[in-house]
Design a protein around this ligand. Structure first.
Ligand code: EPU
Length: 318
């Protein structure tokens, strides 16, 4: 009935011409075709490698394009999602009926060192950044060794583990609200808690971290020890999304699931890891729905045994 030519919709039929014209001109991202694609599979962009597509996939090349796309979402009531490395994420099989933003263009991957400070864009890969800081003899984020993610995702989640979290090093965060306005949050008004922050703006653009000078060899030794800990206790060579549940205050979700006898439990292609019970491993053919069913069973069993509600750590996009 109608086709897309040169970025504008052309009506080829007479019937329902008003309707098709309306649909045709209602592309919410008209003019942004170079950075917005429709129906883009998300599975390859996540560590789980499962789940459906994004209705819209947006890769802005600069803050102006990001602001424009964000405003279009607001005008058209399109929900906004922001994707980092997809390491802590489960996308439902139906996918995401909204706009998934990924800040992976070169603009978002800039890093600037200045003495003991560093400023890094939202798209910077944290593991690569750790290696750079270690080489430069700057200590402070090696505690995040082995935690996959981007700077933006890491700040949003206040990523970390028993060796420390990113929030303790953050002094400033540049953000953008859903209206496209940029502003800065500084240390005095930022709160970083266990796997959460008080940043409400949907887009984290960059962050400044305060590190400390130290002998590179000593930092590298610590980095390796943290890596070894993870390698020995977690199923690193499997498809997973890290710890599925947050640790309840003073307790370990992994230990609770283990004590409930759930290691090795399977639903379809999803299995509670034998190595660490707070990991759900996705085997070939696994569906997002298998993982969700297993999450539900784990919650029920742990509640039955301990009267403790486990809260999801992994982000679930449905
Ligand atoms: N445990 C068991 N059985 C298991 C797993 C763990 O008994 O199957 C016990 C361990 O023996 C230990 C306790 O539970 O006594 C805690 O386990 P672990 O030391 O592995 O740490 P964790 O609290 O499960 C946390 C983070 C991890 C992070 C590690 C190391 C959470 C939910 N998890 O794990 O983060 O890698 O510390 O820093 O905060 C993630 O965020 O995705 C993640 C994996």
């Amino acid at each position: 009935m109608f086709g897309k030519l040169g970025g504008t919709w052309r009506n080829r039929g007479n019937m329902m011409s008003t309707a098709t014209m309306r649909i045709g001109t209602s592309n919410p991202f008209a003019g942004l075709e170079e950075v917005v694609r429709e129906n883009v599979p998300l599975a390859p962009k996540t560590w789980y490698k499962i789940g459906g597509p994004a209705k819209w996939f947006v890769q802005p090349r600069n803050p102006e394009e990001l602001a424009e796309a964000a405003q279009r979402c607001a005008e058209n009531e399109i929900p906004i999602f922001v994707l980092g490395l997809g390491a802590n994420l489960l996308v439902s099989d139906a996918g995401v009926n909204g706009a998934v933003f990924k800040l992976d263009h070169e603009h978002w991957r800039r890093v600037k060192f200045e003495g003991e400070k560093l400023e890094a864009g939202a798209g910077v890969d944290l593991q690569k950044l750790i290696l750079r800081t270690v080489r430069q003899g700057l200590a402070g984020i090696e505690s995040l060794a082995g935690i996959p993610g981007t700077m933006g995702g890491g700040i949003r989640m206040n990523c970390g583990g028993k060796f420390g979290d990113i929030g303790s090093r953050v002094t400033r965060v540049q953000v953008m609200d859903s209206g496209g306005t940029q502003f800065e949050r500084t240390k005095d008004d930022l709160v970083f808690d266990y796997r959460t922050t008080n940043i409400a703006a949907p887009f984290i653009l960059s962050a400044t971290l305060e590190l400390e000078e130290e002998d590179p060899e000593r930092i590298m030794k610590r980095t390796k020890e943290i890596w070894m800990f993870k390698r020995n206790s977690q199923p690193l060579n499997t498809k997973n999304a890290g710890c599925i549940f947050k640790n309840p205050r003073g307790l370990s979700a992994g230990a609770l699931i283990d004590q409930a006898g759930l290691k090795g439990m399977k639903v379809g292609g999803a299995e509670v890891s034998e190595k660490h019970a707070n990991f759900i491993v996705a085997h070939p053919g696994c569906k997002a729905d298998d993982v969700l069913k297993l999450v539900k069973i784990i919650r029920e069993k742990v509640y039955e045994k301990n009267e403790i509600h486990l809260e999801s750590e992994v982000k679930i996009w449905a």
